[in-house]
Design a protein around this ligand. Structure first.
Ligand code: 3HC
Length: 312
């Protein structure tokens, strides 16, 4: 078959909602878009460990410390899972990490904001993992097999991340006045950046058309953003919190919360590398990678020695 016929067969398979597997023929543009998305998703998981890592030693109780530790360890696993899934498309781990360390690759904008106090641990679990959940549940239906299966596993753990964050917020909202103010302040600072996680609006999303055509994505950025907002606003109100959007209003017809346009100047500035903590986050990741070289070398030497011993 020529490439044209292969493309027709590929698209028929995608349209039958069959999964594309690593050994299947696929258009180079499909492979490239997936490597971009999956590697940046993996970077987001690994960089996403940093804002919360700052609070392990400052957790207010042993229980909170254990829960936060478990969550952060999950994120590391999600990252490794997604790097491995990206490798099934021929991407190299070293190149993906290099792209992160040199600033060539992106990771989720949300992780470039500071975590100022314990309420931010709640806001991250509730809002950031909540937004990630909406996005990742949708990605369970992605046409690429390894990515779809990775999402099934990751979404189960993401649900725990989201619940533990909301529990922190709920506890603070039923605590002292100061704790309530901290929870509201965290919501004020994290609401805007959380709804930006879904990417630019559909009209400004260069990758979406192809991603939707080949079912890499099954929903648009704006529809996922709307889904997140519709599910999260009642959760805030249930805790007596106010969403920091003076134009937020419930449309009785559509049963949706109408919201103000995110601050797109801020969004594009952050993803260009000029967010509050972009440079620190990338430096921290690069330093950790460099400092961990001896571990990788030792593991490689051990594996080589073992391999020769098995051959002998
Ligand atoms: N942060 C950083 N960059 C973003 C972004 C964000 N929130 N949203 C969009 N971008 C970038 C895109 O990467 C693209 O840049 P590139 O060409 O250099 O890659 C550009 O902005 C245009 O955006 P598009 O909408 O055209 O790009 P996509 O079609 O890829 O849509 C996306 C963006 C919705 C984030 C999509 O990539 C996606 O669904 N990715 C997989 C899920 C993911 O990565 N989630 C990140 C959060 S994971 C997480 O938070 C960990 C959890 O445990 C907390």
């Amino acid at each position: 078959m020529n490439d044209e016929q292969k493309l027709l067969e590929f698209e028929a398979k995608v349209n039958r909602n069959e999964k594309i597997e690593p050994k299947d023929w696929m258009p180079e543009a499909y492979r490239k878009n997936l490597v971009r998305m999956m590697s940046q998703h993996a970077h987001s998981e690994i960089v996403g460990m940093l804002p919360e890592g700052n609070w392990i030693t400052r957790a207010p109780s042993l229980r909170r410390k254990i829960v936060l530790l478990a969550k952060i360890q999950d994120e590391a696993g999600h990252g490794l899972y997604l790097y491995s899934a990206a490798e099934t498309l021929g991407a190299s781990r070293e190149e993906m990490l290099d792209d992160l360390h040199t600033g060539k690759a992106k990771y989720s904008s949300i992780f470039n904001y500071p975590t100022l106090n314990w309420a931010d641990m709640g806001a991250i679990g509730w809002l950031v993992d909540g937004a990630a959940m909406v996005n990742q549940v949708s990605l369970m239906g992605t046409s690429y097999g390894p990515y779809s299966r990775a999402m099934v596993r990751i979404c189960r753990e993401e649900a725990f991340h989201n619940r533990q964050g909301y529990e922190i917020i709920a506890k603070m909202c039923s605590g002292t006045d100061q704790q309530r103010e901290m929870a509201q302040d965290a919501l004020n600072r994290y609401w805007g950046p959380s709804i930006m996680m879904f990417g630019p609006s559909d009209k400004d999303s260069p990758h979406s058309a192809q991603a939707l055509k080949w079912k890499i994505k099954s929903e648009t950025n704006d529809s996922l953003r709307q889904k997140f907002i519709t599910q999260t606003v009642p959760q805030a109100h249930a805790r007596g919190l106010t969403i920091p959007d003076k134009d937020l209003k419930f449309n009785e017809e559509t049963k949706q919360w109408e919201y103000s346009e995110p601050n797109w100047d801020e969004f594009f500035n952050v993803i260009k590398g000029n967010g509050p903590l972009n440079k620190l986050r990338v430096k921290t990741r690069k330093d950790a990678h460099d400092n961990g070289k001896w571990v990788r070398d030792a593991a490689e030497a051990y594996a080589k020695k073992n391999a020769t011993r098995n051959v002998a």
